[in-house]
Each structure stands twice: as C-alpha cells, then as structure tokens.
Write a protein that binds this ligand. Sequence first.
Ligand code: PLP
Length: 392
Amino acid sequence: MVNQDMLGYGVAPSPIRKLFAYGAARKAEIGADKVFDFSIGNPSAPAPASVTEAIRDLAQQDPVYVHAYSQSAGHPDVRQTIAESLNRRWGTTYTYENLYLTYGASASISMVFKGLIEDGDTIATVAPYFTEYRVWATTHGAGFVEVPARATDFQIDVDAMDRMLDEHTKAVIINSPNNPVGTVYTRENLEAFAALLERKQETYGHPIFLISDEPYREISYGKEVPWVPALYANTIVCYSYSKALSLPGERIGWVLVPDTCAEWRTVFNAVSGAGRALGYICAPVLFQRVIQTCVDDSADVSQYRVNRDLLTGIMDRCGFEYIAPDGAFYLWVKALEPDAQKFSDQAKKHELLIVPGDGFGGKGWVRLSYCVDQGVIERSEPAFAALAADYA
Ligand code: PLP
C-alpha cells in the first residue's frame, strides 16, 4: 500500500532526532537544568542583529514584493548578490546562473544526488559521515560506499579512496568542517585527494564530481577551510545558512555549480530538474531577501570555541579518548564499550544524551553536540565522571 523504504524512514527517525525527542520529554519530566542534552546540532548562537533588522524592514514593504513566488532557482538578483559575495571572497567570476537557492543543505544535497545519479552509479563518502547521506543516495538509486577516514587524524584517507573508488563512482561527498568528527580537511589533504580524483577520471573516462557539503564553513577554530572548487574543477558546493547565520528553522541555502565543472550548464539543468521533481522550488522568499541584505554577515560563533575547550577539559579530566575538533560543534568520543548504543543507554542513566556513532558509520564512538548553553557543559562534569566510573 505504501513505499516500504519511505515507511521505514518514517517510523524509524534518525537516532539524533530520537534522542532529541527523548530529551524534550525528559526535560519536561525532571527539569531542563537536570538533563545534559548533547544530541542535536541546533545552534545556540543567536542570529545576528542584522537578520532581525532585515526581517523588520521587509515586514514594512509591499507584501506582494515580499511574499510572491520567485523563479524556481530563486530571485536572480538575490543569487547575483550571493555570487558577488563569493567572488569577493574567492576571486571567482560566478553569476546568478551558477546558483540555485534551496531549503538548506539537506535539499541541496538531495537535489544534487538526484540530478547526477544514473543506473549503476555509486556515491562515496568519508566515514564517519552525516547520517542522511545514505538516505538520500539510496533513495535516488545509488549504491553508497563508505570509505573510512584516516585512522590517525580523520582526514580523507587518499589511499583508501584509491582502493575503493571505481568506474561506478559518480560522486564523492565530503564535509569540512566535519559532522560528526569536527575535523577540518587541510589544503594538503584536499590537494592530494583532488589529484587522485583527476587520475580516476582519466582512468574511467568520465567525470567524478566532488560534492562539498559546507554548512559549517564559518565555524573553524583558526584553521583554513580551503575553497574546494579552486582545487578540483568538478566540484559542486552545497551551502546552508543554518549554522552560518543560525537560521536552521528557516530552511535556506544554495547549490553552486561553478563554470569550471564539466558541462556545467547541463549539470546545473539536471540539478534544477531534480529541484522540480522533488518540489524544491522557490526557496522561502522572505529569507531569500534576508540573505540578500546579510550576505556578508555571520552569527557570532565564538562561544562554540569556549564550549569546545570546556568540554574537552572535562573529557581530559574524566579520561575519555576523543578527536580534538578544529571546527563545527561536535566532539567525537570513544565509547567505553564496543557497543556504542549500549554506552549511550548507560549515559542516559546519568541524564547525558549522546548519540551512538553507528548511524554515522562510526561503530564504537559517540557524538556530542556542544552548541549548547555553556551552563549545560559546566554542570555536566559530575555526570561524565559518573559515566566513566561505571566502566572503571
Ligand atoms: N550536512 C551536514 C554535515 C549537517 O550536519 C547538516 C545538518 O546538521 C546538513 C547537511 C543539513 O543542514 P540544513 O538542511 O539545515 O542546511
């Protein structure tokens, strides 16, 4: 009667959302200050004042101008403003024709997958990875290939990619700064990977696209986040204002198909067609206009660095092993037993909500989101100490 895959996704929400829902119920039961909710990546930094001012200003303008449909890809003048901002930043020559505005990175990635995937294709990624990549790739008919990150530092493992990418590879999706690990891929690492992809394209005689998923581009703790299209021509960028401007509920972002991409107009048209097929047309127009005004602004994300330092301090004192994050707002911590789900269940007994790594393709690890009020982190130390003591 219904599509069984979709039914499956509907009744079994992502482990993150499941834990987040549990947290909401638990906070109502025992009080919000007693639950240490590290489950979801909901930014705690407020949107900048310029966003509020832009909304206030737009609310005073002609409602038809503000609320009418835009083109499917978004208002050309808004797209041009974004293109010019990118050009100032990266020395590029993009125009509105390279950009399709969408409902955040989720829609961007899903559209790009649908626009690219043909029968027999695979999409590869670096594991651990954002859980929904698998859902979108397989829904649009691709095989999904998990290539483990380099064990020492969680950078892209170029040798493993060399072994695992083959003639079926249509695209590789990467995410830096990374969810769930917090790694920022170095220029050297990206250059080595780009060189491998060039060789692979040559060998297999077709383009291999590099999809750069960049919702955390603006959240880096002093590390360079290179502009990927400058390193590899067949790059498509999926960007979002969810974290950059702390607007996750407003659903606004974009796909960039640079004109360096092989047959870029064909690729852009296929991605646009995917937008049509999926109903991702005319991204929220009020927020298109907000972005036009605030295009060079960013939320004040400095608190995340404070949170990172506080949380890693707790981890050090309690004896947990973790990957020191250079960006995003996640901490990747080794579970104290092989089954991360059991470890997460044990943590719940101390009111600690931490997501098992299995869904991210990272068995034996858990993810902590530290985009929370500083007080949550400060109050959580006794709970982490008690959790560690359970395994002593
Ligand atoms: N990609 C990554 C790596 C993410 O962490 C997220 C959200 O947390 C997304 C994509 C989707 O972001 P949005 O749809 O809010 O832009």
